[in-house]
Design a protein around this ligand. Structure first.
Ligand code: NAD
Ligand code: UDP
Length: 312
């Protein structure tokens, strides 16, 4: 049945793909964004649909609408963006979360919170399972994001227990694809842009730290399945369980772009997690979900996207 769905942060990387999917499933979509890191361009094509509405709004202020579902994605996600104004970042995940949960309570809407693998911090348990409580620095430069998202999860669980709000929590692991910003500082976008320009690939540390990279279409499928599942609230990991070192990634991108770039090594940022890989046993059993796009397959359209963005 067609629903009216609010997507906060809908003009961002993940949000824009999610809005497209929800429209193609026949829903009405309100895309709410303050355009801090998202752009109208990301959703320009969707604006042609009579079922799509774009609202400029900041979730740190209350918002009213009659909706059936809320996907709460509004939050700067890359380290350079969330560290730009850390107080604003934590307000977004706390004050903004309260506003969205209040809206869900009033409308009896189901709400899905886009949490993050950062709630595990620099994890000691590897791969990360949902019952691991994490190893997070509460006072470091990543804390505005990590602790903000942890409080957001707490708020979701408390609104569920105290007010019977129907919440869903997903913990998203590193995701990439078209519509990432060229200058957001994240590793996939940085390396592709540097490789395409034949500039040095900037490796932080010695490149032995690991991440697991999920293509955007796999994530969107998991998000929709989580929202539509009847009674499992999460938290639930959504990520690709294949782990790479950052150096592996650099070498792969150089090869795939045919670049002449070399590697340059720079200091590792504070609190940069040493390893990260999701255990997705729960997603497999609860949603019948697992990623189907390999890193090689996902990098192809992502490289094509950046090539067009940079060179027309
Ligand atoms: P993004 O920066 O492209 O998207 C975030 C969007 O939220 C942007 O459009 C931005 O303008 C908007 N926004 C920020 N603050 C806002 C506010 N106060 N009010 C309204 N809109 C606001 O990042 P993304 O990668 O698409 O991330 C989307 C969500 O997924 C975020 O909540 C992020 O924490 C989460 N997440 C992403 C990843 C990833 O690998 N991309 C991993 C874990 C979690
Ligand atoms: N990284 C890097 N070079 C870059 C950008 C990032 O070596 O130009 C590293 C970064 O230090 C981290 C990993 O790549 O170890 C992933 O960084 P990203 O910011 O994409 O995501 P997160 O650290 O939030 O997982």
């Amino acid at each position: 049945m067609a629903k009216r769905i609010l997507v906060t942060g809908g003009a961002g990387f993940i949000g824009s793909h999610l809005c497209a999917r929800l429209l193609s499933d026949g829903h009405e979509v309100i895309c709410l964004d303050n355009f801090f890191t998202g752009t109208k361009k990301n959703v320009a094509r969707l604006a042609e649909s009579p079922n799509f509405e774009l609202a400029r709004h900041d979730i740190v202020s209350p918002y009213q609408a009659e909706v059936d579902q809320i996907y709460n994605l509004a939050c700067p996600a890359s380290p350079i963006h969330y560290q730009f104004n850390p107080i604003k970042t934590i307000k977004c995940s706390t004050v903004g979360m309260v506003h969205m949960l209040g809206l869900a309570k009033r409308c009896h809407a189901r709400i899905l919170q886009a949490s993050t693998s950062e709630v595990y911090g620099n994890p000691i348990v590897h791969p990360q399972t949902e019952d691991y409580w994490g190893n997070v620095n509460p006072i470091g430069i990543r804390s505005c994001y990590d602790e903000g998202k942890r409080v957001a999860e707490t708020l979701c669980m408390d609104y569920m227990r105290q007010c019977a709000v129907d919440v869903r929590i997903i913990r998203i692991f590193n995701t990439y694809g078209p519509h990432m910003q060229a200058d957001d500082g994240r590793v996939v976008s940085n390396f592709i842009v540097q490789a395409l320009k034949n500039e040095e690939i900037t490796i932080y540390g010695d490149g032995s730290q690991t991440r697991s990279f999920q293509y955007i279409s796999d994530l969107v499928e998991g998000m929709v399945r989580m929202m539509e599942n009847a009674d499992f609230h999460g938290p639930l990991n959504l990520g690709n369980p294949v782990e790479f070192t950052i150096r592996d990634l650099a070498e792969k991108i150089i090869a795939m772009t045919g670049s002449r770039s070399g590697l340059s090594f720079h200091p590792l940022p504070a609190d940069d997690p040493v390893q990260r890989r999701p255990d997705i046993t729960l997603a497999r059993s609860k949603l019948g979900w697992e990623p189907i796009v390999s890193l090689d397959e996902g990098l192809l359209p992502t490289i094509a996207y950046f090539r067009k963005l940079l060179f027309g």
